[in-house]
Design a binder for this molecule. Structure first.
Ligand SMILES: Nc1nc2c(ncn2[C@@H]2O[C@H](COP(=O)(O)OP(=O)(O)OP(=O)(O)O)[C@@H](O)[C@H]2O)c(=O)[nH]1
Ligand SMILES: *[C@@H]1O[C@H](CO)[C@@H](O)[C@H](O)[C@H]1NC(C)=O
Ligand SMILES: [Mg+2]
Length: 392
């Protein structure tokens, strides 16, 4: 049985005991009982101090934790040396918080975890945080099972920590089926809701030692194993890859998917002037003719473009976002209301730009969203089957 207070399972939470605290305690004991070995003890102390300095001051932020007689603790964090650097982040032990919101995602939990397990960035530097909300399927159960299995893996494959948060009051009224999610009328409501869910997850999970935050949707089919290093290498404050989806051959084989990554246009700014303050522009729908250049359409369909191509963006999609933690620490978030007529990730992109952060996208570096047939696709597929036409 679960208690209502998280974490639900103590074994689940990997507590990291600070090097300083443990070593200090041991050395204090050593000093007390081994006075005759004072020289050796001092030598050890010096080595330990150097290791501490190396770790605390040259790498990411770690607390200097002093337990005051077991009655309480005092933690001191030094941010003056914290970095979110481009190449070489793992050598500097920069830690990443990887956030994934989940709703009725039982079909993709295993796929998602396989992807995470395949990431080449050192796993002990990745902390996973999941938010399960408004789900009435086996999402929570399966997620917990996979997370526990992950702790049984060899040390080098284990993640730094795994946190699962459950909340059920974002008031989702929109279904999670493909057609439910894609009608234009529900988009504004849905995006504001998702914004709140993302902010909630981030504020619960972001710790002082995180240098980066990576947002990753559960429903990704194909993604490079080196995506974290690849995105970091560009050294932008916020960066997204291109997101397409595979299609059955009879539907063209492939298609741009995420239209939420775009550059602002004059037409859209004019359109915004005619809208109610609370209205959310929904990109990619005829109802909102924005004429914005979309990141998705910059990609060469033959896949032969230069994967290092990079463009500045204003709005971004949420399928896969790498951001420096300082962006969130500066107060930029996923608006759960209309900010310049955008919510959630598109609002996040706009807000980050407004505060002077760099926001970019990679047109030729592509990840693939899972293909889910729409009601129309299924109908057509049945028709093709009836006519004896191929349906793959
Ligand atoms: N916690 C939480 N997660 C959600 C909710 N709605 C969707 N998600 C998750 O958020 C991620 C993105 O949701 P999707 O429904 O795939 O939306 P999307 O990819 O932005 O857009 P489409 O795929 O185009 O609908 C997935 O991992 C979902 O499981 C919600 O209300 N609460
Ligand atoms: C993980 O890596 C293995 C080995 O390269 C590969 O076979 C598998 O398809 C990968 N999993 C995912 C989900 O990409
Ligand atoms: Mg999706």
């Amino acid at each position: 049985m679960h208690s209502t207070i998280l974490p639900t399972d103590e074994r689940f939470v990997q507590r990291k005991v600070g090097l300083v605290t443990r070593a200090q305690r041991r050395l204090a004991r050593f000093f007390r009982y081994q006075r005759s070995n004072a020289v050796l003890a001092r030598l050890l102390l010096a080595v330990c101090a150097m290791a501490t300095i190396y770790r605390v001051f040259f790498f990411s932020v770690s607390p200097i934790n002093i337990d005051i007689d077991g009655t309480g603790s005092f933690e001191f964090y030094d941010y003056s040396k914290q970095q979110s650097s481009g190449a070489g982040a793992s050598a500097r032990e920069e830690r990443i918080l990887l956030c994934t919101p989940l709703r009725n995602a039982e079909d993709v939990i295993d796929l998602m975890f396989d992807h995470l397990q395949n990431l080449t960035y050192p796993h002990h530097l990745i902390d996973l945080a999941f938010l399960v909300s408004d789900s009435d399927d086996k999402t929570e159960e399966l997620l917990e099972k996979r997370a526990k299995l992950a702790f049984k893996l060899p040390q080098e494959e284990r993640f730094g920590s795994v946190d699962i948060f459950k909340r059920s009051s974002f008031g989702a009224t929109v279904g999670q089926g493909f057609d439910d999610r894609h009608g234009v009328a529900v988009q504004g409501v849905r995006r504001k809701l998702m914004g709140r869910a993302r902010n909630w997850l981030l504020s619960a999970a972001l710790k002082p030692h995180h240098s980066w935050v990576y947002w990753r949707d559960a429903d990704i089919e194909t993604s490079p194993k080196t995506i974290l290093e690849d995105l970091m290498a560009h050294d932008r404050d916020v960066i997204v890859p291109n997101v397409w989806r595979p299609l059955p051959k009879w539907l063209g084989g492939q298609q741009p998917y995420d239209l939420n990554s775009w550059m602002e246009s004059e037409a859209a700014l004019e359109l915004a002037k005619t809208l109610d303050e609370d209205e959310v522009i929904v990109e990619g729908y005829a109802e909102y003719p924005t004429w914005r250049p979309h990141l998705a359409y910059f990609r060469r369909e033959d896949g032969m473009g230069n994967i290092n191509d990079i463009v500045d963006l204003d709005g971004i999609g949420g399928v896969s976002i790498l951001a420096k933690a300082k962006v969130f620490r500066a107060g930029i978030n996923f608006p759960g209301f209309a900010f310049e007529n955008h919510a959630e990730t598109e609002g996040f992109g706009k807000m980050a730009r407004k505060q002077g952060f760099s926001v970019a996208g990679l047109p030729q570096y592509t990840i693939w969203h899972k293909y889910e047939p729409s009601v129309d696709d299924i109908r057509e597929m049945k028709e093709r089957e009836r006519q004896g036409l191929p349906i793959d």
